[in-house]
Ligand binder design. Structure first.
Ligand code: PLP
Length: 384
């Protein structure tokens, strides 16, 4: 039996999601743009799911585009500004690479990008954004929840304060936040928002971009004019069905689910701190419910990861590759010491994580952390 604690990377699709996708592949395989009844019925079902997603976000269905996932949504939002006369963008050093790589391209198009340094808890504070605002700022792009630490940035609060001062477009990467915290767009202060299905027990390769109807969107993909000409390509019916079904299952009981995940996360954290010495909690106390980043000081995260893997436990490491001495850009941005970055492990939970699994993980950690620390210490002594 595997214990899967890497739900920030991806989640296991619900069985009902798989069934719904199977129906899309076997029965509802018609082109949703076709005008015969098979196609029309599928299109109606897709529009039903679009309305459901709009309800969860507090926006209009026509403000949502189906995309191939978080990365495409983020790219579409950012590149929509490429013809802007104003040439300054604000983002943070702790964004996902989908944002950071898009920013590099914008820099090549002669935009100037300000990368805000996250505060100690990994979030971005309103004053930082307000201080960085310039007359020529055209876009602010920030993540609502950091995927490595779980830090929460009050993107709606920031957007409200910014819009009071200046008319700037605001994009929110809500990939880790969607269905994990309340996120409503009623007051229209957010212009673009990106979400991804595979983080919420839906399939990979499908997501949504919200675009405020007043914000100009430049299509990234052109062709047959689907999605009102804003995102061409035959709609990914199985993906959309799967995403819609996942939301339909999770959303009505949102609060119970997220409370349950938070309880499990706190149990895991408390038991580890009780049982194992020299552990530093990197995730903030008020972070999102599903992400817990801990540093097991005195060992290398990836060694611990592989020893847990041998026991059927899947987690993720903050340091990309210690042999190349390259650490996570998020941990680097926080200017943590080498030992802390090296020992970082991210546990990310889902509502399917059980108490029994938590106990097994703590037992496995107790054993492996002590062994690895001892071996690493011996290695160091030998090298002296
Ligand atoms: N943004 C964040 C915060 C993420 O965690 C991820 C995925 O890990 C993405 C964007 C990219 O989403 P996708 O995998 O759907 O392209």
């Amino acid at each position: 039996m595997k214990i899967y604690l890497d739900n920030s990377a991806t989640t296991k699709p619900y069985q009902e999601v798989v069934e719904e996708m199977k129906a899309a592949l076997t029965e509802d395989f018609y082109n949703p743009s076709s005008i015969y009844d098979g196609g029309v019925d599928i299109s109606r079902k897709i529009e039903g799911y679009r309305s459901l997603i709009a309800d969860t976000l507090g926006c209009k269905p026509k403000e949502l585009l189906f995309t191939s996932g978080g990365t495409e949504s983020i790219n579409t939002a950012i590149f929509s500004l490429k013809n802007s006369r104003k040439k300054h963008i604000i983002t943070s050093m702790a964004e996902h690479s989908a944002t950071l790589e898009a920013m590099k391209k914008m820099e090549k198009l002669s935009f100037e990008v300000t990368y805000l340094k996250p505060s100690k808890d990994g979030s971005i504070k309103p004053e930082q954004v307000l201080d960085a605002l310039r007359e020529d700022t055209c876009l602010i792009s920030l993540m609502a929840v950091n995927n490595e630490l779980g830090s929460v940035t009050d993107v709606i609060g920031i957007a409200k304060q910014v819009k009071k001062k200046q008319d700037v477009l605001i994009h929110v990467d809500a990939v880790q936040a969607y269905l994990k915290q309340p996120l409503k767009l009623y007051d229209k202060v957010i212009d673009f928002l990106s979400i991804s299905a595979h983080k919420i027990h839906g399939p990979k390769g499908v997501g949504v971009l919200y675009h405020n109807e007043e914000a100009l969107l430049l299509p990234l993909i052109v062709g047959g004019g689907q999605e009102g000409g804003q995102r061409s390509g035959t709609l990914n019916t199985p993906g959309i069905y799967g995403m819609g079904k996942a939301i339909e299952l999770f959303y009505p009981d949102l609060q119970n689910h997220t409370e349950k995940i938070r309880r499990r996360k706190e149990q895991l954290r408390d038991k580890i701190l009780e049982e194992i010495d020299f552990v530093k909690v990197l995730s903030p106390e008020d972070g999102i419910c599903h992400i817990l980043n801990l540093s097991f000081v005195g060992l290398r995260g990836e060694i611990l990861l592989h020893s847990l893997e041998k026991e059927g436990i899947y987690v993720s490491t903050g340091s990309a590759c210690s042999s190349k001495k390259s650490y996570s850009h998020v941990l680097n941005a926080l200017e943590l010491g080498r030992e802390i970055k090296e020992g970082a492990i991210r546990f990310s939970l889902s509502e399917e994580t059980t108490e029994e699994e938590i106990d097994k993980v703590v037992e496995a950690l107790k054993k492996n952390v002590v062994t690895i620390r001892r071996i690493m210490k011996m290695g160091k002594r030998r090298n002296v």
